[in-house]
Design a protein around this ligand. Structure first.
Ligand code: SAM
Length: 271
């Protein structure tokens, strides 16, 4: 474990978190695994934690994930009128971003949650029903790398805390661009690099010493949360990820670090 932390603190090593088809290997947390194996391992994580995912999110982030998601929705700016607005929330899990978007928008705002994990979607469907949003939020089992939607069919695409779990991030970004209407925006909310002295040390201690234990208490599964904190450290730095968005064909790419860099909100437009 200690060796893992040391490895992740090296900038070069962390940058290597971007998988290469050439090597056909990628990272699952701090482990190097065959590219074709990662999705199954990620699926096991989210099957294991699906039922307690939302409560653990609140606990782990001390409620901050709500603030970050609200900020994302404020950037999405769904129309308040009954003008149609279609959001695709990729790796949308239990539906948080979609619920917030339709609640912020007018009667014309609709959302589609696409996720590879039936367990997460099942929890999302139950939540939609209890929030009275089942008519406006649809749930579709789908892989981010190959979305089952027509070209140019959504006004906006989002992925929140999802992209780092996708084995081929470049494919997911290209797909999120492909399904956007021209002028539509793509947002990626993801954990990032803490850039505030002292906060980085506190954050590391909190992540590696406390979160897996909290995960064990709440979900009975420490390993899944060990993967989650490790995968955060493997995610590319904002500048590198912005370049990946450009390579996927998105324009006017930019990013906004939030909460001292714990999280970063990336955005791009399909022209
Ligand atoms: N977006 C939700 C949120 O912010 O609460 C859920 C984020 S959760 C940390 C990551 C999600 O990514 C899980 O629901 C998982 O099933 C999904 N996921 C992982 N790989 C995926 C893939 N290849 N395609 C679609 N979804 C995927």
């Amino acid at each position: 474990m200690a060796a893992g932390i040391i490895a992740a603190s090296s900038e070069a090593e962390a940058g290597a978190g971007v998988e290469t088809e050439r090597a056909a290997e990628t990272h699952f947390g701090f482990r190097t695994v065959p590219l074709g194996e990662k999705q199954r391992m990620v699926d096991e994580v989210f099957h294991s934690v699906a039922r307690r995912y939302d409560v653990m999110n609140d606990l782990m982030s001390m409620g901050l994930h709500r603030v970050w998601k609200d900020l994302l929705v404020s950037r999405l700016r769904p129309p308040k009128s009954d003008r149609p607005f279609a959001l695709l929330d990729v790796a949308g899990g239990t539906g948080d971003v979609s619920f917030r978007t339709v609640e912020a928008g007018g009667a014309g705002t609709r959302a589609t949650v696409a996720d590879i994990n039936g367990g997460m979607l099942g929890v999302g469907r139950e939540r939609a029903a209890s929030l009275g949003l089942a008519e406006r939020v649809e749930f579709v089992e789908a892989n981010a790398e190959s979305l089952p939607f027509a070209d140019r069919s959504f006004d906006a695409t989002t992925i929140a805390f999802g992209i780092r779990n996708v084995p081929r991030m470049d494919k997911a970004l290209s797909e999120m661009r492909r399904v956007l209407k021209p002028g539509g925006k793509c947002f990626v909310l993801e954990f990032s690099r803490v850039d505030v002295p002292m906060l980085d040390a506190i954050y590391d201690t909190y992540s590696f010493k406390l979160i897996p234990g909290m995960g064990k208490m709440v979900t009975g599964d420490a390993e899944s949360y060990q993967y989650l904190v490790e995968s955060i450290r493997r995610f590319p730095a904002p500048e590198l990820f912005a370049q990946m968005m450009r390579e996927a064909g998105l324009k006017r790419v930019g990013f906004t670090p939030l909460t001292g860099g714990i999280v970063c909100l990336h955005a791009g437009v399909r022209i």
